[in-house]
Design a binder for this molecule. Structure first.
Ligand SMILES: [Zn+2]
Length: 312
């Protein structure tokens, strides 16, 4: 049985695990992210995981990593990672030199998409797309079971597809990006705006502008018109972007991850209706189901390991 180490690098924590070739997560743990000492820390973390799993280093084929930012997977270099303050950082080479393992890196959202495709909600399908609705909107595209991420792994930036030309400004510099309307950040912004404009909204009974979160509008949408309008608009925007993706890739399935996806069918059912109305050829084509991703916070580690399986 071959085993792989997967690391999912986040701004606050690094999640790590050892995964066998069947996708079984043998051990899982996390350490705080120290951006300045990351190579040393990861080498130590790898040893800790090996100890925990009772495996010697020769039982592991290599390390896969998912990193937030612009990655050059071909050269193992983090081209730019704003949150981690890394620029042109040859992390794969450095970690490989320190540990002796072969190290392969990709973008964190791509890793999660590969994890869900191979071992999660997409495992019955050949072609899948993961869209994560978190602070931003990320995702990845898997075609015929393999990650499709463009040259050197620099594509698949689903969140920066424009759905409203000339719309709201995005952190990437463009206007009207999918992310600006469908992230949790966007939902919170629109909920606050709706509450401010509607002082009689039921949402005020449970929330102040300081405590509004991604659940506020969802939790009141059945009984409060203002909340229902926020959700309606949110789902309209989400459907628009998902239809764009489906019209190009026509995947077997679209999976939703990130905090907002915890709404489950509360979100996917009405969303599917809007989506089915807009998708090319409507009901005449093969349906594209929208489902909740299933691996939760382990998708990144499982996907990073899967990336190592494919690339080593
Ligand atoms: Zn953008």
């Amino acid at each position: 049985m071959k085993n792989y180490i997967g690391f999912d690098i986040g701004g606050t924590f690094v999640k790590g695990g050892i995964v066998d070739e069947n996708g079984k997560l043998l051990v899982f743990d996390s350490i705080p992210t120290d951006t300045k000492n990351i190579v040393c820390d990861l080498a130590g973390f790898a040893n800790k995981l090996l100890d925990k799993a009772g495996l010697s280093a020769d039982k592991v084929e290599g390390i896969g990593m998912g990193i937030p930012g612009m990655i050059d997977s071909e050269n193992g270099v983090v081209t730019f990672a704003g949150n981690l303050d890394w620029k042109n950082f040859a992390i794969a080479y450095e970690l490989s030199a320190m540990t002796g393992f072969t190290v392969k890196i990709t973008n964190d959202a791509n890793a999660a998409a590969l994890g869900e495709a191979r071992f999660g909600a997409g495992k019955e399908y050949a072609d899948s797309i993961l869209v994560t609705l978190g602070t931003g909107v990320g995702g990845g595209i898997v075609i015929d079971g393999r990650l499709f991420s463009g040259r050197h792994s620099q594509g698949g930036e689903i969140g920066h597809m424009v759905i409203d030309k000339g719309g709201l400004k995005c952190t990437c510099g463009r206007r009207g990006c999918f992310e600006v309307y469908t992230s949790a950040t966007a939902l919170i912004r629109e909920t606050k705006k709706a509450m401010t404009d509607n002082v009689d909204s039921e949402m005020w009974q449970d929330y102040t502008l300081d405590t509004v979160d991604g659940l506020t509008a969802f939790s009141h949408a059945k009984t409060d018109k203002t909340a229902a309008r926020v959700i309606e608009a949110y789902e309209d925007n989400l459907a628009c972007g998902l239809v764009n993706l489906a019209n190009i890739f026509r995947p077997d399935v679209i999976m939703l991850g990130g905090g907002i996806s915890n709404q489950g069918e509360n979100l996917t059912k009405p969303l599917q209706k809007k989506f089915d109305k807009e998708i090319f050829a409507h009901g005449l084509g093969i349906p594209v189901p929208i489902v909740k991703a299933s691996l939760g916070n382990k998708a990144g580690v499982l996907g990073a390991a899967a990336y190592a399986m494919d690339e080593i």
